[in-house]
Design a protein around this ligand. Structure first.
Ligand SMILES: Cc1cc2nc3c(=O)[nH]c(=O)nc-3n(C[C@H](O)[C@H](O)[C@H](O)COP(=O)(O)OP(=O)(O)OC[C@H]3O[C@@H](n4cnc5c(N)ncnc54)[C@H](O)[C@@H]3O)c2cc1C
Ligand code: SF4
Length: 421
C-alpha cells in the first residue's frame, strides 16, 4: 500500500480544475476533486465522509475500478501525461476508514415502519441496502451463498482484491442496521410472490453470472467450461501438463487465464477476435497476464472444438479488422483459408455473461432478449412493487462494480419515493 507521503504527493498533482470531468467519468459521480482536495490537507476522515455521500465501497472501487475507462480516463492531466491516480487515493481513504472504524453515516436515523427485501448481496444489493437503511427503512438482504459480496468475493480473484478488505467493507455496511438472511435462493427456497406479500418493496440484484456461448460445434464436449462458473464455483481441474484455451478479451478472460496459470496449467492461450488495442480488459490486467506466462492469439476466432467425448483440439481462423459504418470499433472478418488446428484439453468461455434465464423468466417480469430484467428510468420493473438493478438489469450501463453500485444507489432513491419517504 502506498504510504501517506506518496498519497499527499499524488493528491497535490490534482489541478482542481473548474470543470471536474473526473467526476462525470465516475459512474457513481463521486466528488473526486473534493475528496482529493481534502486528502491534500490530510483531512482523511472528512474526505471519507464526502465519499460516503455517493458510495459505500470506496476501499474496493479504488482498487478494482477500470480507472482508465472511468474517472482517470476523464482526468485533464491525461492529455499531457499521466492522470491523477484517483483510485489509489480513494482506496487509501477507504482503507483508513476501515482501520479507524469511521462510520458511513453520522446523522440520526429516523426509523420508519417500511420493509424492503433485497435479493442478492453483491455491489448493487449492498449499496441499495445501505442507502435505504440510512433513511430508516427496515432492510433484509436475501443471499443464496453463505456469504455476501457477490462477484467481489467469487468473481474477482484474491490476487486482485484482498478479501479481508471486502469483508470489512461489508461489515461496515451491515452495521447500518441491515438484516441478512444467507443461504436463501430466489426460485428455490424463496419466491417473489411470498416476498411481495411480506414486504413493501422488493429490489432484485442477483447478478448475471452465467457465461455466454459461441454457438459453435463441440461446445457441449467435456472440458468446455464457463469462465464465470469456474471462478464462482471454485472448480478444481487436473491442470498439470494441460493446455487451456480462454475465449474472450475482457476482465473475466484475464482473471480466468491467470487463475489457470496459477493452478498449474502448462499452457494458457487467450483467443481474442480483435487486436490487443481493442481488448476491453484493462491494460494492467493484460500486462499482468503476459507477465504470468499467458499467451495471446489476437485476431483469431475459434471455428470449432474437436474431440470424441472430451476436448482434444480447437480449429482457429485468423481475422482482418475492417471499419464498418454501423460500428465505431474495428470489426473482425475471418480470413478465408487461414484455418489451423492446435491441441487443447480445456476451453473456457469468457465472452460475456447473462442473467440466469430460467430464473428471470419464472418471475413474470418483462425481460429483454438476453433474459435480463427490463427497468425504466425509475429502476422499476414491469411490476410496480418490484425494482431491479446491477448486472441482471437494463440499467444505463452494467458490467463494473461502480455501475452496479450506482444502480443500487439510484434504486434506493426511487424506492424511497415509491414508499412516500
Ligand atoms: C471474473 C470477473 C472479474 C471482474 N472484474 C471486475 C473489475 O476488476 N472491476 C469492476 O469494476 N468490475 C469487475 N467485474 C464486474 C463486476 O464484478 C460486476 O459488474 C458486479 O459485481 C455486478 O454487481 P451485481 O450486484 O449486479 O451482481 P453480483 O456481484 O453478481 O451479485 C449478485 C449476488 O446475488 C446472489 N444471487 C444470485 N442468485 C441469487 C438468487 N437466486 N437468490 C439470492 N441471491 C442470489 C449472488 O450470490 C451474489 O451475491 C468482474 C466480473 C467478473 C465475473
Ligand atoms: S468509484 Fe471508481 S470510477 Fe469512481 S472515482 Fe472511485 S475509482 Fe474512480
Amino acid at each position: 500500500m502506498t504510504n501517506e507521503n506518496e498519497i499527499v504527493k499524488k493528491a497535490k498533482y490534482c489541478l482542481n480544475c473548474s470543470t471536474k470531468p473526473c467526476s462525470s467519468g465516475c459512474p457513481l459521480g463521486n466528488d473526486t476533486a473534493g475528496f482529493i482536495a481534502l486528502a491534500k490537507e490530510q483531512k482523511y476522515e472528512e474526505a471519507y465522509k464526502l465519499l460516503c455521500k455517493t458510495t459505500v465501497l470506496p476501499a474496493l472501487c479504488g482498487k478494482i475500478c477500470p480507472h482508465s475507462k472511468q474517472c482517470q480516463g476523464s482526468c485533464v492531466r491525461r492529455f499531457k501525461g499521466e492522470p491523477v491516480e484517483i483510485g489509489e487515493i480513494e482506496a487509501y481513504i477507504g482503507k483508513l476508514a476501515i482501520e479507524n472504524n469511521w462510520s458511513i453515516n453520522d446523522e440520526p436515523i429516523t426509523k420508519s415502519n417500511k420493509k424492503v427485501a433485497i435479493i442478492g448481496g453483491g455491489p448493487a444489493g449492498l449499496t441499495c441496502a445501505a442507502f435505504l437503511a440510512i433513511h430508516g427503512i427496515n432492510v433484509t438482504i436475501y443471499e443464496k451463498h453463505n456469504y455476501l459480496g457477490g462477484l467481489l468475493v467469487h468473481g474477482i480473484p484474491d490476487f486482485r482484491l484482498d478479501k479481508n478488505l471486502v469483508n470489512k467493507t461489508i461489515e461496515k455496511i451491515i452495521k447500518l442496521g441491515i438484516e441478512v438472511k444467507l443461504n436463501q435462493e430466489l426460485g428455490k427456497n424463496i419466491s417473489l410472490k411470498n416476498l411481495k406479500e411480506n414486504y413493501d418493496a422488493i429490489y432484485l440484484s442477483f447478478g448475471a453470472n452465467i457465461h455466454g456461448n459461441m454457438n459453435i460445434d463441440g461446445e457441449n464436449l467435456d472440458g468446455v467450461v464457463g469462465g464465470n462458473e469456474y471462478l464462482e464455483q471454485n472448480i478444481t481441474l487436473p491442470l498439470s501438463g494441460k493446455i487451456a484455451i480462454v475465449s474472450g478479451g475482457g476482465n473475466v478472460a484475464m482473471d480466468v487465464s491467470r487463475t489457470l496459470k496459477r493452478q498449474g496449467a502448462e499452457k494458457v492461450y487467450v483467443v481474442y477476435r480483435r487486436s490487443e488495442n481493442e481488448m476491453p480488459a484493462e491494460r494492467k490486467e493484460i500486462e499482468d497476464a503476459k507477465f504470468e506466462g499467458v499467451d495471446f492469439l489476437f485476431q483469431h476466432n475459434i471455428v470449432q472444438i474437436n474431440g470424441k467425448d472430451k476436448v482434444e483440439s480447437i480449429e482457429l481462423i485468423k481475422t482482418n479488422l475492417v471499419q464498418k459504418e454501423c460500428d465505431s470499433r474495428l470489426s473482425p472478418v475471418n480470413i478465408e483459408g487461414s484455418n489451423y488446428t492446435i491441441l487443447a484439453d480445456y476451453v473456457f468461455m469468457a465472452i460475456g455473461s447473462n442473467a440466469e434465464k430460467s430464473l428471470t423468466s419464472s418471475l413474470g417480469l418483462e425481460l429483454n432478449k438476453y433474459g435480463n430484467i427490463i427497468i425504466n428510468e425509475n429502476c422499476e420493473t414491469s411490476d410496480p412493487k418490484v425494482f431491479a438493478g446491477g448486472d441482471l438489469s437494463t440499467f444505463k450501463k452494467t458490467g463494473t462494480v461502480a455501475w452496479a453500485a450506482r444502480s443500487g444507489r439510484e434504486a434506493s432513491e426511487h424506492i424511497l419515493n415509491y414508499l412516500g419517504i
